[in-house]
Design a protein around this ligand. Structure first.
Ligand code: NAD
Length: 265
């Protein structure tokens, strides 16, 4: 297994080995539901031990228990990514419990749909705080303790790349900001510290976050792309694993759109 992005993988091994995470430790934020819960299970399936962080302790523990049953180690860390101290505690607890930290999946996020002239600025700030500042705080907390060769995957959105057809200024700005943050942190940390930083921009996946969006809007939105359906959790899991694992060891500062072609026109 590669130890740093500068070291290419063993050319004699199977390419499938590059997707394995045996002996690695991952921390996933927003792991109590939706994409984050699936990401935690996928990382464990690939061999990693996983720390699950989010606000809801009971739901986190449910996923952690399922991972332990599958044979990997898992720990639930109730926390809020808006609290910088809590981000440092989450990183330190992961290393304290599992001995190392290799992968951060910055997945915690919230959305807001409101016309700009009717949106409370406090709500706008809250979205930026969780989706952008929270991801920045988690990244800086984790790089203090991460092992060389580590990977940070920021879960952005197709809304950071194309217009949403809904009034979502705060959400779109937060995700476009996260893509910019990804590029900058990659250039600060890949050469100097050996951490890759990439963004994943999913299209539409049915989760708690998207449950209230109208079927009429969804129908119009999906027709923007080339694959007129929603994405499955597994399709997003696969792309996340690629960016987290040594399979993508030559990729940093990139944004991978998994959006059925929505951003490709
Ligand atoms: P979700 O609402 O099911 O999950 C969001 C998670 O973030 C929850 O576990 C929640 O507890 C956690 N969270 C929210 N605020 C937090 C905070 N302050 N501190 C810690 N945890 C916090 O939604 P989801 O669809 O699974 O979204 C996961 C990520 O994927 C988000 O960043 C979202 O923007 C992004 N995304 C989702 C879609 C989609 O179609 N579902 C598309 C593109 C991007």
């Amino acid at each position: 297994m590669t130890s740093a992005p500068s070291a290419p993988p063993d050319p004699t091994g199977s390419v499938l080995d590059l997707f394995r995470l045996d002996g690695r430790v991952a921390l996933v934020t927003g792991a109590s539901s939706g994409l984050g819960s699936g990401f935690a299970r996928t990382l464990a399936e690939a061999g990693a031990d996983v720390a699950l962080a989010a606000r809801r302790a009971d739901v986190l523990e449910h996923t952690a228990a399922a991972i332990r049953q599958s044979g990997r180690r898992a720990m639930a860390i109730p926390m809020d990514v808006c609290d910088p101290g809590a981000c440092e505690v989450a990183a330190d607890r992961t290393v304290g419990q599992f001995g190392r930290l290799d992968i951060l999946i910055n997945n915690a996020g919230i959305s807001a749909v409101a016309p700009a002239l009717h949106q409370d600025v406090a709500e706008f700030r809250r979205v930026i705080d969780v989706n952008l500042v929270g991801a920045y705080q988690m990244a800086t907390a984790c790089v203090r303790v991460m092992s060389r060769g580590g990977s940070i995957v920021n879960i952005a959105s197709v809304m950071g790349l194309v217009r949403s057809l809904l009034p979502q200024a705060a959400y779109s700005a937060s995700k476009a900001g996260l893509i910019g943050l990804t590029r900058d942190l990659a250039h600060q940390w890949t050469t100097r510290r050996g951490f890759r930083v990439n963004a994943l921009a999913p299209g539409f996946v049915e989760t708690e976050m998207t449950a209230d969006l109208s079927p009429e809007w969804l129908d119009r939105f999906l027709r923007v792309g080339a694959v007129p359906r929603t994405a499955s959790q597994r399709e997003i899991d696969a792309a996340m694993l690629f960016l987290a694992a040594p399979a993508s060891s030559y990729i940093t500062a990139a944004t991978l759109a998994v959006d059925g072609g929505m951003s490709g026109h």
